[in-house]
Design a protein around this ligand. Structure first.
Ligand code: PMP
Length: 399
C-alpha cells in the first residue's frame, strides 16, 4: 500500500502520540498528557436546555443545511465580543469553523504551496505543525523566551528566506504556557508588516487569564495583515466543535471557497445550540468560574513542582491557559523520564514533537486543567520521585 500514499503523508509524525495514548488509556494512569479542559466546567444542563429550546422553537430549520459562513447571529455575537476588546470587525469577517483546528487547515489550503515559508514558535503547537505539514511547507522556527519570540532570530529568518505566514499563540501558548509581552507584540507586528507577510494569531486561551491584566491582540498593531483564530472549545465545550476565523474580506472570500469544498458548513445544529446557550447565560460569569478553577489547579501544580521536583528542573509559571512547560537539566532526557513515569502510572508529553527542527529532548509539557488538585499533588509527587531516580542513574560516558 505504501506506494499509493501521497508523499505529504510521509512527513507526518504520529507514532509517539500513539504511544502516549496507549499509556493514558489505562484508567489507573494520572495523565498530564492530554490537552483537555476540565469536564467539571462543561455546562451540561444549560446545553440540554438550549438544545430543547432550539428543537422546540426552530427544530426544522436547525436540522436543515445552512450557509458556509455560519449562523449569522453567532457571527454577530463573536464580532460583538471582539468589539468589547477593541477589535473592530463586522460579522462578515467571521467564518464559523469546525473548531479552530479546521481554521488551521483552511489557512494552509488558502495560502501554502509546497515549500512555501512559514514561521512558527519553538516549541510550537503540535496540531498546527500537523495541519500545516499537510501542505509540505518549509518550516522555520523562532525560539520562545519567557516574554515571547526571539525577534532577532525572526528578523534574520525573514531577511534570509521568503516567508508567507507566521503562526503564533500569543496567550498562554500550547505547549509552553508562555505569553508574548506587550513590547514583543508591537515589535512582532511592525517587523512582520515590513516583510509583507501574514500573521496567524491563534487565541484559544486568551480569555482564560487568571493572573495579571489582559494584553491587546497582536492584530491591533497590524490590522490588515493579521488573521485571528478563536474557539468555543475552552470556554463552552470542545465536543461542540465550534471555532472561527476572523479575517479581512479578500481573505474571507478564499476561505469560504476552501470551507465549502471541505464540508459545506460547520454543524449548524451545534451552532444554533451554542448561540442559544450564549443568549440565555452570562458567558463571562461562566468563564470566571473556569478561571477560578484553573488558577487553583495551576497554583497547585507550580507549588507541587517546587516541593517534589529536583531543584535543577525548571518550569514556566503561566498566568492563564492550561499548560506548564518543564525543562530538565542537560543530563536528563524527557523520553527516559516518560518511560520511567509510565511504570509509576503518570503520563506527560515529552517535548520533541513540538520542535519541527529537532531538539527539545530535555523538555516536556504538563497539563493541569484536566486534573483536580488532589490528583495533581499525587501525580507530581510520583513524577518528582522518578525524576530524582533518573538523576542519580549513572550515565554512560561516551567521551
Ligand atoms: N490552537 C491551539 C493553540 C490549541 O491548543 C488547540 C486545541 N488544543 C486548537 C487550536 C484547536 O482547538 P479546537 O479545534 O478545539 O478549537
Amino acid at each position: 500500500m505504501d506506494n499509493l500514499f501521497a508523499t505529504r503523508m510521509q512527513n507526518t509524525q504520529k507514532s509517539f502520540i500513539r504511544e502516549i495514548l496507549k499509556v493514558t488509556e489505562n484508567p489507573e494512569v494520572i495523565s498530564f498528557a492530554g490537552g483537555l479542559p476540565n469536564p467539571r466546567f462543561f455546562p451540561v444542563r444549560e446545553i440540554n436546555d438550549a438544545t430543547n429550546k432550539v428543537l422546540a422553537e426552530n427544530g426544522e430549520n436547525a436540522l436543515q443545511y445552512s450557509t458556509t459562513e455560519g449562523y449569522q447571529p453567532l457571527r454577530e455575537y463573536i464580532a460583538y465580543r471582539y468589539k468589547k476588546r477593541g477589535i473592530l470587525v463586522d460579522a462578515d469577517q467571521i467564518l464559523i469553523t469546525n473548531g479552530s483546528q479546521q481554521g488551521l487547515d483552511l489557512i494552509g489550503k488558502v495560502f501554502l504551496d509546497k515549500n512555501d515559508g512559514i514561521v512558527i514558535e519553538r516549541p510550537g503547537y503540535l496540531g498546527a505543525i500537523q495541519a500545516f505539514s499537510m501542505f509540505e511547507p518549509q518550516f522555520h522556527s523562532v525560539p520562545l523566551f519567557e516574554d515571547g519570540p526571539d525577534l532577532d532570530r525572526l528578523e534574520s529568518i525573514l531577511k534570509e528566506n521568503q516567508v508567507k505566514l507566521m503562526y503564533i499563540v500569543p496567550n498562554f501558548q500550547n505547549p509552553s504556557g508562555i505569553t508574548h509581552s506587550l513590547a514583543k507584540r508591537k515589535e512582532l507586528a511592525a517587523l512582520t508588516s515590513r516583510y509583507n507577510m501574514l500573521v496567524i494569531e491563534d487565541d484559544p486561551y486568551g480569555e482564560l487569564r487568571f493572573i495579571g491584566d489582559d494584553l491587546p491582540s497582536v492584530r491591533l498593531f497590524n490590522e490588515d495583515k493579521t488573521v485571528l483564530l478563536g474557539s468555543f472549545s475552552k470556554i463552552v465545550a470542545p465536543g461542540m466543535r465550534l471555532g472561527w476565523i476572523c479575517a479581512q474580506h479578500d481573505i474571507m472570500e478564499k476561505l469560504i471557497i476552501a470551507k465549502q469544498a471541505a464540508d459545506l458548513h460547520s454543524n449548524y445544529f451545534s451552532q444554533r445550540v451554542v448561540h442559544q446557550y450564549l443568549c440565555d447565560h452570562d458567558i463571562d460569569e461562566h468563564i470566571n468560574h473556569i478561571k477560578d478553577g484553573y488558577g487553583k489547579q495551576r497554583d497547585c501544580m507550580v507549588s507541587m513542582i517546587a516541593k517534589y521536583f529536583p531543584q535543577d528542573i525548571t518550569c514556566t509559571k503561566p498566568e492563564g491557559g492550561m499548560f506548564i512547560w518543564v525543562t530538565l537539566p542537560p543530563t536528563m532526557s524527557s523520553l527516559e523520564l516518560f518511560d520511567l513515569a509510565s511504570t509509576q502510572n503518570v503520563a506527560f508529553v515529552p517535548g520533541t514533537p513540538f520542535y519541527v527542527d529537532g531538539g527539545g529532548s530535555q523538555t516536556l509539557r504538563l497539563n493541569y486543567s484536566n486534573s483536580d488538585e488532589a490528583v495533581i499533588e499525587e501525580g507530581i509527587k510520583r513524577l518528582g520521585s522518578v525524576a530524582a531516580a533518573l538523576k542519580t542513574k549513572p550515565t554512560v560516558d561516551l567521551g
